[in-house]
Design a protein around this ligand. Sequence first.
Ligand code: PMP
Length: 459
Amino acid sequence: MEETPHRRRAQVGARDLERYAGLFAARTGVMRSSAMRDLMAITARPEVISLAGGLPDTSTFPAGTFAAQMTRIAQESTAEALQYGPTEGFAETVDCILEVMGAEGMLPDPDDVIVTTGGQQAIDLICKTLVDPDDVVVCEAPTYPGAVPVFCSYQAETIQVDCDEDGMRIDELEAVLARLDDEGRRPKFVYSVPSFQNPAGVTMSLERRRRLVELARQRELLVVEDNPYGLLRFGGEPLPPLYQLDGGDFVIYVGTFSKILSPGIRLGWAVAPPPVMEKIVLGKQASDLCSSTLTQHFVREYFGEGRWREYIADLVDIYRSRRDTMVDALREYFPAEASWTEPEGGLFIWATLPEYIDTTDLLAKALRENVAFVPGQAAYVDESRGRSSMRLNFSGVNDDEIREGVRRIGKAIAEQVELYGALTADSSDGVPTAAQPREKAVEGGGDVLPFRQAGGGAA
Ligand code: PMP
């Protein structure tokens, strides 16, 4: 076939921007790019070790199983798998969702479930249903970096409540709610990732879960529980999801197949009480009519085999070992003033450096060393926060890459520390340098979780 020459656009200039600017909706003015998506483009270069993505290790999925299931779909269900489907998703997909939720002790009514195009769309649809411009949304600090652009695009006023090692500080949440009461405002919902949080890796304690649900019920306050990682636990005791504690009156649940099966199939779900679900369904009709019927068939076949729990158990073993590798590497290569969380599940570690290191600047340096991470500010609506922290992913890279990636970041940090020491040597006493690290932990401001210190702490 003869190749058609495609038109290549010259760089977008000021005149091009002007031409369209008058047409943009007001909401585009506050839209934010997802830091992770931007990074994905850079880190696609094969020489870059990316600790930036939130990628599960899909290389462990048995190719033979995938081939057999897709072949079966082609042989038995071609017409349906290639056709549109119901907006709510196939009943068989919902059955699979009930199995997954059942594994964490949740028993929703199947009519309360909608299949979505990933958990990401569920978050978007929930905001579309509930949030008008200037409405208040409350979430954790730090929060899931992919939720920030959603809250921004619906022009929400987002209030972030600090996390510590036991998850969102519910005492601080209560103070925020009291302040909003005084102002005559009512948040549309509280968004939380209670288990193995993205990005901090922390898990909300049982006591806090109970208190949050109690508050929700007392105040008729909606809580959006986003739980992609609940089944990816490497240690400690399972905790009941907020949805289970509440029974589904005030907790809207978001789940996904991305981390327990594949993000490429783009299937997640939301569970909400009927009046909310009715609006979510209308919102989804307008967004994309239905989620992929082809991949819903794949999910049906895969769950039909009955080995999905074993696959998760395999993933858990791999991720536990990678978490250990990353923690060991952090101890070896990060300066003594650095600290980090040590998650009992999920995909991420949150590391915090001395306050004078800006991780966005550090990322530029790190990329020159061919390694990437997510700078902490991506997890805050107020971008002046989280600037000395970073999110590190340990699930999508192998042990050698984890060690080498952390080593390279450690090198970039050491250079920054050295530079800072050199710049401030005359004017300040006791400034840490790479050669003379500070002895005590750097206690940061409100956006810093308490951590285990380099060289110490439990695995
Ligand atoms: N919520 C959280 C907390 C996540 O970490 C992610 C993915 N990284 C998502 C939602 C969205 O994932 P997906 O759309 O692939 O289900």
